[in-house]
Design a protein around this ligand. Structure first.
Ligand code: ADP
Ligand code: GLC
Length: 495
């Protein structure tokens, strides 16, 4: 049986800021059903006290050197399903905090130490529990040192003699970039701080470590795997990615329809399906109540957004057209949290149009489900979008996505063709507010043709993005990684 350690900084239902958590909590389940021995490891943040009430202590006082200091980690075990262990790495000094990575003001200052600690602790736990993984599947920069450790200070340990690393890029703009002095905290050999290692324009880049030293690199859609090899989307990593293009794969994320499905959603006012579509209206009314918006919006098109409020998501486009948009006969609701400038922006818009706009700044899973169910259209005008999950959830809820043709948005949504009546949403290419407004207007025009709109909703709801196929693709890559002849530091090592 293939043994996989799945290392991620966020995992549903234990801790989440975005889609990484959804993937980390659901892909392991699909891998398990394909016969993998998969074990997940994540940090024990403050909220985990509540989200993982049933847990047992697995290992105590694991010693992790960070620079000259030794930190102690305890590891707790809980599970995703009875047969998928989830290891929770505890070190209160690093993880007993309100947020995962930082506040609206900025990142926590010791994020390097925090994730050096987490990454090494994952490997030390394998040693302590005598778990010899075939694959360590790492996600985003927070786990990006693991491939470098496996190829250096842990390479001669029998535990890792056969271990291969797969690294998934969920967002290339988050790179784990630190001052060069931080490098000595990693414990990596000094010669790893060079142009073929972690050094990046005089700084230390953990993402670069992952891209240089993992055996296989994946990202979360085919289109994004191509985009990140260009200077527009690569955020400086395009050269490395081009040089590793034979090891780079795009595998589209799947979603968990047990959690995101209007037929069984435990958070929404009424269950509905393609054969009982009219009950969606109840969800709309409930959502309007939730936002204290007037009842007259019940018959108007309602547009929704659920998002981290970051530059990536394209809200500068939305801001530019908000006045024009609000001159139309529509409603708009938003749920999001992130950068302060967007909090201010949307709160101002909310105050300006109190009868049409509902703004909720914060993180609220229940409200997220209510928005998916209660809106008619869902907006994702992203500047870039590695995969995007909300447009996929929206499809299942018959909430028609309006997206920019980038990354996973492009791969999952096909543009509506007004002549043929085909498609699963509305899509625009150019990053411009004019295009966005034009595309929203196309959607609003179709909304008036009730029959056509309903057919579009049904076509959306019929889409299937469950995990099976993508999990199969990961399994194939794991096998490929295992067979791989490893090239390191100029030598060929056959295993
Ligand atoms: P990203 O990972 O870039 O944030 P995705 O579309 O992949 O974007 O995933 C976002 C996930 O986070 C979805 O499950 C979405 O519902 C959820 N989410 C984002 N912001 C919030 C919020 N403010 N409250 C509740 N859920 C949120
Ligand atoms: C990232 C991306 C998002 C993707 C998610 C899960 O947060 O921004 O597009 O869906 O990871 O892979």
């Amino acid at each position: 049986m293939l043994k996989v350690l799945f290392a991620s900084s966020e995992v549903v239902p234990f801790a989440k800021t975005g889609g990484l958590a959804d993937v980390s909590g659901t892909l392991p389940v699909a891998l398990k059903s394909l016969g993998c021995d998969v074990r997940v490891i994540m940090p024990f943040y403050k909220m985990v006290e509540k989200t993982a009430p049933e847990r047992k202590l697995l290992a105590e006082r694991i010693e992790i050197p960070i620079g000259r200091k030794i930190y102690l980690g305890d590891v707790w075990e809980t599970n995703l399903e009875p047969s998928i262990p989830v290891y929770l790495v505890q070190c209160d000094e690093f993880f007993d905090r309100g947020q995962l990575y930082g506040t609206a003001k900025g990142d926590y200052r010791d994020n390097a130490e925090r994730f050096i600690f987490f990454s090494r602790c994952a490997l030390e736990l394998c040693i302590k529990t005598e778990f010899a993984p075939d694959i360590i599947h790492c996600h985003d920069w927070q786990t990006g040192l693991i491939p470098a450790y496996i190829k250096s200070i842990y390479r001669d340990l029998p535990q890792f003699a056969k271990t291969r690393t797969v690294f998934t890029i969920h967002n290339i703009a988050y790179q784990g970039l630190f001052e060069k002095e931080v490098f000595q905290l990693t414990g990596l050999p000094a010669d790893y701080f060079n142009v073929n290692g972690l050094e990046y324009w005089g700084k230390m880049c953990i993402l670069k470590a992952a891209l240089m030293f993992s055996d296989i690199i994946t990202t979360v859609s085919k289109k994004y795997s191509e985009e990140i090899q260009t200077s527009e989307f690569g955020y400086g990593m395009e050269g490395i990615l081009m040089s590793r293009k034979d090891d780079l794969y795009g595998i589209l994320n799947g979603v968990d329809y047990a959690e995101w499905n209007p037929e069984a959603d435990k958070y929404i006012a009424a269950h509905y399906s393609s054969s009982a579509l009219t009950r969606k209206q109840k969800c709309k009314e409930d959502l309007l109540n939730e936002y204290k918006l007037p009842a007259k919006l019940r018959t108007k098109p309602l547009l929704g957004v659920i998002s981290r409020l970051a530059d990536q998501k394209g809200f500068d486009l939305l801001a530019q057209i908000m006045d024009k948009l609000m001159s139309l006969d529509i409603g708009f609701v938003l749920l999001g949290t992130g950068e302060q400038k967007y909090h201010d922006l949307f709160e101002t818009i909310g105050r300006k149009f109190p009868d049409k706009v509902g703004i909720r700044i914060g993180y609220d899973n229940t409200l997220a489900h209510k928005i998916e169910a209660g809106c008619d259209m869902f907006l994702m005008p992203s500047r870039y979008e590695p995969c995007g999950l909300n447009q996929i959830y929206s499809l299942k809820y018959g909430t028609v996505p309006i997206v920019r043709a980038t990354g996973g948005l492009d791969d999952t949504i096909s543009d509506y063709d007004e002549r043929k009546g085909t498609g699963t949403g509305f899509k625009f290419e150019k990053y411009s507010s004019k295009e966005l407004l034009h595309t929203i207007k196309r959607a609003l025009a179709l909304y008036e043709k009730k029959k056509d709109w309903q057919k579009l909703m049904l076509d959306c709801m019929a889409c299937d993005f469950s995990w099976e196929q993508s999990a199969q693709q990961y399994m194939e890559l794991y096998r490929k990684a295992i067979k791989k002849v490893i090239r390191q530091k100029g030598e060929e090592v056959k295993r």
